[in-house]
Design a protein around this ligand. Sequence first.
Ligand SMILES: N[C@@H](CCC(=O)N[C@@H](CS)C(=O)NCC(=O)O)C(=O)O
Length: 241
Amino acid sequence: MTPTPPVTPPTTPPTTPPAPPPIVVHHLELSRSTRVLWALEELGLPYTVKTYQRHPKTFRAGPEVKAVHPLGRFPVVTVGDAVLAESAAILEELSEGWAGGTLMPTDPEGRRQHRYWMHFAEGSLMPPLLVALITGKLRRTPIPLRWIAGAVGQQVDAAYTDPQLDDLITFVDAHLQRQRWFAGDAFSLADIQMSYPVLAALQRARGPDRPGMRAWAAQIQQRPAWKKAVELGGPPLPDAL
Ligand SMILES: N[C@@H](CCC(=O)N[C@@H](CS)C(=O)NCC(=O)O)C(=O)O
């Protein structure tokens, strides 16, 4: 009897993601949208950038980008006819849609951590940082109102901003002392998403040193894709907030 040859399982052809339609990044200088440039560089996707300037006095963006997305906030990205907003959603959409899920962990623990930090950046860490930005502006109110506005700012910081930020930053720093990247041993979109609030928090740092955050910040700034994004779009933050 002739032995039956072993059945070779059909090989699944590697899935190459489809080529994306033209990607345009609406980028505001000194802002969160540097994250999108960085992500596109890391993912190796082709794109073009339209850069918008902040008002030199108010530091606000103009209304021009409302022609692309009604909220007029940055970043906004168009992929063909699709208009994408919200940094975390943009990063995931670009990776899943056009880069085969690159930089998104697939193991359950990595995925859980990844999802957590993707939400934490804008949902937990950014709000008190934004309040700190406003109270900082109150302290620089023109002279006739400066004393009273500054005193209000100080009260808000003492009652809310400083204790909140202290808890959040201590938590992030402890996480980064335990592991190299936000979602585990490998660099991921969560590191890109967390970059803006972590760098802003380090700039504002009061109190103890944050060695976990500092070591992490040094590593991200060594990445060629980060350097390329900063070369194209400028740094995400001004020297002093
Ligand atoms: N949660 C949104 C926040 C968008 C946002 O507030 N962007 C700022 C830039 S950092 C903006 O557009 N600011 C306009 C302004 O300051 O006038 C995201 O992550 O995309």
